[in-house]
Design a protein around this ligand. Structure first.
Ligand SMILES: Cc1cc2nc3c(=O)[nH]c(=O)nc-3n(C[C@H](O)[C@H](O)[C@H](O)COP(=O)(O)OP(=O)(O)OC[C@H]3O[C@@H](n4cnc5c(N)ncnc54)[C@H](O)[C@@H]3O)c2cc1C
Length: 473
């Protein structure tokens, strides 16, 4: 496998790409290049405000079909031009930003729903489809994806698979890895492959996983087949105050280990509870709980879950705060508004650990990060029988954007090193991107060797998003 130091494209006319995708879909204007130089990573926001453009592609190509993706990659492999897929650019870690320039392959024009099968409950869709459009289309027919990332209104189906995304209802419905049935992809050398379309299969390794969480390093996903579900007949909600973090964590663990599957579990620490309750005087941790399904099951699970919470010292506050949150659950404006201020600092970091270790990891992170931001908020929101995710939000104000950028990188270093030290996984769902690159080797350990060998075989010219996941770097 080759390491691409620098694309040799200074005088490229891109005429070959124009022949493949049409001249109107090969963009080199400053606006298109700038748009694809920044994702939603707070460091990217700070770079943009300083007028820095270190992750600028040389060209943006917008394919309309799998054939065009295939011919583009075959050409790029021959010419040794790097290719970084771009879904809708909602990554918060720098994943779709090219480290070596080259082609930004913008998948957003491939957005058709190709087939809806209401007997087998699956939908086939092109990879660039905007999540919320697919969800709304399904809702009109009485179905849902049950995948609800906070970025549903700004992320693509192919992006979800490529980042191993998960949604706000994951405790009941799982992450994208449990929702994906099959996919079509183009290998870096241009061949088109389709994975096995079946409800389950035992015919060798599951090749869906070659692309899942690969962040565009193994090829380009062009079509995705996802599970769909009937819209739930009933939803029941409750907010509960808890005396302390430990009690709430025990309640969450007991709920999940007893086989109950709330579709919504969010447990906010005292600092974030004030925001979650939209009440600056609210004091103490709070849990938002929701159950859904056919009426009898939703009611029975709700009653059993509530009983566990009451046994652990939970106090019912009623459903209003949870319903209000459901209505604003895609809102990211507090982070974006803060970042838009000169010197404004904001960051979100999500990790996961086993039940036995999460409280200690949480305390260590809160203590270590406190000096770096005016506010360090925490919540636990993706829950499993074995463990739970922790999401930390930091907000502060520095004297200028350069200092804010430096401070955000220090926050990453501090939090990632604590995770590694405590044995926590360094990302629960936002992925590696550029933010976590320096910590990737320590996280992967010996398994990295297998990934490197697979990458070398799949992408012999080393063109696909080189440097990411620590590959070809
Ligand atoms: C407000 C906000 C809230 C968020 N909430 C969540 C959340 O709840 N859960 C969650 O998991 N994430 C969340 N994210 C992160 C982000 O939305 C996800 O990572 C999402 O899956 C990225 O999708 P995208 O289409 O925007 O991909 P991009 O950001 O464009 O790309 C992400 C990565 O996938 C690769 N890629 C994209 N499309 C393809 C393709 N077709 N083939 C191969 N590689 C491809 C890119 O090269 C890149 O490495 C949030 C982000 C924001 C801004």
């Amino acid at each position: 496998m080759e390491t691409i130091e620098k694309n040799n494209i200074q005088n490229q006319t891109w005429s070959e790409l124009a022949k493949i995708c049409g001249a109107e879909n090969v963009l080199t204007d400053a606006e298109a290049l700038e748009l694809h130089s920044y994702d939603v990573w707070p460091v990217a926001a700070k770079l943009k405000m300083q007028g820095k453009q270190p992750y600028r592609p040389d060209v943006v190509v917008r394919p309309l079909s799998t054939r065009q993706v295939s011919e583009t990659l075959a050409w790029a492999s021959r010419e040794k031009i790097t290719v970084t897929p771009w879904g809708l650019g909602s990554s918060v870690t720098g994943a779709p930003l090219p480290l070596h320039g080259g082609i930004s392959l913008d998948m957003s024009a491939m957005k058709r729903i190709l087939a809806l099968d209401v007997t087998n409950l699956i939908v086939r869709v092109q990879a660039g489809k905007l999540g919320i459009e697919l969800e709304q289309d399904l809702n009109k027919r009485g179905f849902t994806l049950n995948h609800s990332p906070q970025s549903l209104d700004r992320s693509s189906v192919g992006g979800w698979v490529s980042t191993r995304a998960t949604g706000q209802f994951s405790s009941r419905w799982g992450g994208i890895e449990e929702m994906l049935v099959a996919l079509s992809a183009v290998l870096p050398t241009g061949e088109v492959i389709e994975t096995t379309l079946a409800p389950r299969a035992a015919v060798g390794p599951d090749l869906n996983h070659l692309f899942m969480g690969a962040e565009g390093t193994m090829g380009v996903i062009t079509e995705v087949v996802l599970k769909i579900f009937p819209v739930a007949e009933q939803r029941l909600f409750q907010a509960l105050a808890f005396p302390n973090i430990e009690k709430g964590l025990v309640a969450m663990r007991r709920i999940m280990q007893s086989g109950l599957r709330p579709f919504l579990v969010r447990f906010y620490d005292s600092d974030e509870a004030r925001h979650a309750m939209v009440d600056p005087t609210f004091n103490g941790p709070v849990m938002f709980l929701g159950f859904e399904g056919i009426k009898q099951v939703a009611e029975a699970e709700y009653a059993a879950g509530l009983e566990i919470c009451l046994q652990e010292g939970g106090r019912e506050l009623g459903p209003a705060a949870v319903l209000a949150w459901m209505n604003r659950r895609f809102d990211f404006s507090s982070i974006e508004n803060r970042l838009a201020l000169p010197g404004g600092l904001a960051e979100t970091i999500e990790i996961a650990h086993f039940w036995g270790d999460i409280a200690e990891t949480y305390q260590a992170l809160k203590t270590a990060l406190a000096p770096y931001a005016a506010e360090v908020l925490g919540h636990f929101s993706h829950v499993y029988p074995q463990g739970v995710s922790l999401y930390i939000i930091l907000m502060g104000q520095e004297r200028d954007d350069a200092t804010a950028e430096e401070r955000i990188l220090k926050i990453w270093e501090t939090s990632m090193n604590i995770c590694l030290e405590k044995g926590a996984v360094i990302s629960h769902h936002h992925g590696v991107g550029i933010a976590r690159l320096p910590y990737m080797r320590a996280q992967s350990g010996s398994a990295k060797l297998a990934l490197e060998k697979i990458k070398a075989a799949v992408d012999p010219a080393g063109i696909m998003n080189p440097g990411k996941l620590g590959l070809n770097s």
